[in-house]
Design a protein around this ligand. Structure first.
Ligand code: ZN
Ligand code: ZN
Length: 242
């Protein structure tokens, strides 16, 4: 079966720096190469995540070569949205040293709030210039006013993530993710299809996301990591070199 959506980069992966993940940067890069990815982002958890390490991990990522195992490795971070004003657990200075910043909400780092509170938090994040990608926003625990916020993400140049890991470990996210994808389609908001791999064998694996996107006829040109053209346009926009 041939799909019009077949991502060639994975912008959300974890390494041993987040101890609840189990692979190295090199193992992730090798796994990405094996499944034909051109780029992989190393996006470990920022400091509010209870088991993550010291922020020197992020500042010292500059020593990593841009290409590992033949794949462009982006120096990234998965930051936490830690309150309903949209505060992020990494300083602007630290975020600006990263090539890619995802902002996500997680149990344990983001308080549980009402739909209105979560909506306010995402509206604030939409206006934050240091955030590139909105991570796994379909989590039912953090439901928000999708009709208001998803178009706003698009207007503010954010990329909305469709997260394969959600379909494995946050199974109850599926319907929300589908709704979010439908709204992205409707409003022309760009998405990225990411694995959120916590083990290298999951890097570049997006089967359930692809199936869902195909089901709703999602336009491939809105997927930033789907083709050389969309990927290069995204790199240019972010000032990233190969
Ligand atoms: Zn996450
Ligand atoms: Zn993650």
């Amino acid at each position: 079966m041939s799909y019009s959506i077949h991502p060639i980069a994975d912008f959300h992966t974890h390494t041993l720096f987040s101890p609840h993940a189990y692979s190295t940067v090199t193992e992730n890069a090798a796994a990405a190469a094996k499944c034909g990815m051109l780029a992989v982002a190393c996006t470990d958890h920022a400091e509010a995540t209870p088991d993550t390490g010291h922020h020197w991990h992020f500042t010292n990522m500059k020593i990593l070569p841009p290409i590992i195992e033949g794949v462009r490795v982006l120096r990234g971070m998965e930051a936490n949205v830690i309150d309903f004003t949209g505060r992020i657990d990494a300083s602007p200075k630290l975020r600006q040293q990263m090539e890619l910043v995802i902002a996500s909400m997680h149990a344990g780092t983001t308080p549980q709030g009402s739909v209105e509170e979560v909506t306010q938090a995402w509206i604030a994040v939409a206006a934050d210039p240091d955030i590139d990608i909105i991570g796994h926003s379909g989590t039912p625990r953090y439901a928000f006013d999708y009709e208001t916020v998803i178009p706003l993400f698009g207007q503010c140049g954010k990329v909305v993530e469709i997260n394969e890991g959600s379909f494995r470990v946050r199974r109850d996210s599926y319907e929300n993710c589908k709704r979010i994808a439908q709204l992205c389609k409707q409003h022309g908001v760009r998405i990225a299809v990411n694995s959120d791999a916590h083990f290298h064998m999951h890097v570049g694996q997006f089967q359930e996301s692809i199936q869902m996107l195909e089901e709703i006829g999602f336009p491939p040109e809105l997927v930033v990591n789907n083709s050389r053209e969309t990927l290069e346009a995204f790199f240019n926009e972010k000032g990233l070199a190969w």
